[in-house]
Design a protein around this ligand. Structure first.
Ligand SMILES: [Zn+2]
Length: 126
């Protein structure tokens, strides 16, 4: 009698363990898919953000193109010797990019102390 009861308990325990294992399997599978889905959504959000950022950058580029960073007025290209730089005739700011600066430095290096002939604002081109 007790022997049968022991067998029944053992069988119930085995079924319980099996059921638990199945449930854990299902849960871990669900968790796996949930994580995959979360990762997919994170990727989509990052792509959306990158697109938005690219769009905003382009809008800012168009908005600020050839505008004085100091006063916001239109810049005009002028010649500094044989180097072309951007000048604001509103605030007298002169703006140049790295290549233009490198060219001016090179002229300075070549001409030594005779900097004045390297730096004259020669004429307005606009
Ligand atoms: Zn300005």
């Amino acid at each position: 009698m007790f022997h049968n009861l022991d067998n029944q308990i053992q069988q119930t325990d085995r079924q319980s363990v099996s059921l638990t294992q199945q449930l854990l399997g299902v849960l871990s599978e669900e968790e796996y898919f949930a994580r995959q889905e979360a990762e997919r959504r994170r990727k989509l959000a990052a792509e959306r953000q990158a697109k938005l950022f690219a769009g905003e950058r382009e809008r800012a580029r168009v908005l600020h193109l050839m505008k004085c960073p100091k006063c916001g007025m239109q810049l005009e290209e002028i010649a500094f010797g044989d180097v072309r730089v951007d000048k604001c005739f509103s605030c007298d700011g002169v703006w140049l990019d790295k290549e233009e600066l490198d060219l001016i430095r090179e002229r300075e290096r070549i001409h030594g102390e005779n900097v004045e002939c390297v730096w004259p604002v020669t004429h307005r081109t606009g």
